[in-house]
Design a protein around this ligand. Sequence first.
Ligand SMILES: *Cc1c(COP(=O)(O)O)cnc(C)c1O
Length: 423
Amino acid sequence: MKKVPFVTKEQLDEIVKKYPTPFHLYDEKGIRKNVKALKEAFSWNPGYKEYFAVKATPNPFLIQILREYGCGYDCSSYTELMLSDAVGAEAGDIMFSSNDTPAEDFVLADKLGAIINLDDITHIEFLERAIGHIPETISCRYNPGGLFKISNDIMDNPGDAKYGMTTEQMTEAFKTLKAKGAKEFGIHAFLASNTVTNDYYPMLAKVLFEEAVKLKEETGAHIKFINLSGGIGIPYTPDQEPNDIFAIGEGVRKVYEEVLVPAGMGDVAIYTELGRYMLGPYGLLVTRAIHEKHTHKEYIGVDACAANLMRPAIYGAYHHITVMGKEDQPCDHKYDITGSLCENNDKFAIDRMLPKIDIGDLLVIHDAGAHGFSMGYNYNGKLRSAEVLLKEDGSTQLIRRAETPNDYFATFDCFEIGKKLLK
Ligand SMILES: *Cc1c(COP(=O)(O)O)cnc(C)c1O
């Protein structure tokens, strides 16, 4: 599918007068339309709830928009819990799906009334020591091991993943938790990431639903919810077909009718913890071409770098690039699009066919709305960019200012020379 930015060149020319490049731009209209469709796709399940994966885009303004549609928050750290609390999380609105968890994180999660999703059987004791009791509602993360396949396609390798408990441990954990006073149970698994197939959730649902029936029979636990977690992907490349959320919702419903309902478990709520799917396509990294270089290859240097979006550098991930105003020109130039870090992997694209780029051209890097800004870092002293929201009425709002050198130097305030850097 042709990838078209959600802003026009004319709009963007105006926006960059107000906010210097580089910055992340988010699309309110797209975000709202998408979350509405997700809710509708799972409306067959009365208890359905999406817990937005905060780590994907930890911006309270954006999370507040999702909150309007009843979304909760999926957190895995102390600051993510604080952020969710600030956006108005009430008891049961936070899913705390952490791993290798510090005790103080469990304490805050419990204080905020989060549902705690245990990554390991040893965390039962650890949690009990940290918070002094076992919560009445508790969840366990499942890892069936082996390879996760859809027909002959290997989707991912749970056997190699650090997360979750084995089948035997799940049973033991449920028995122990029940003996310690837990009354309502949840099951969670995240077996494949960024899947661009409508079959992932239904396949995962089958694994989890069958495990739930087994756990109920073996332990007598009341299973309140099954959490399908994240993993619904987005089409980063133009040749990928986007997922059909209604086909996915319907696929899960079928498995629910086949497995849970006959087992007398027709009251189980379905939860999701989507991140990428919720915001990925609705964020662009806006940057400007500031250099061209002709050596052994053709390079275009832009004013953004991997510190603003590191997926291409660390995963070799494809992010589509549109040269604004040149959408209809032939892609007859082969470029490496580079950032300014002293790291040769700081390239947004390698050997990418694009229209001829001139210095000063605005480029937008697509699908940066999730796992984009949030993975940013400060290497080479690069400062984090601003985040801007393009509102439904076409106006813009700053929803995070760009860092200044003061922000970068702030933690040197513990000694004299360091303090001199602070203005
Ligand atoms: C990262 C993560 C998610 C969200 O993953 P996406 O690929 O963004 O959908 C959900 N749950 C947990 C526990 C995660 O770690």
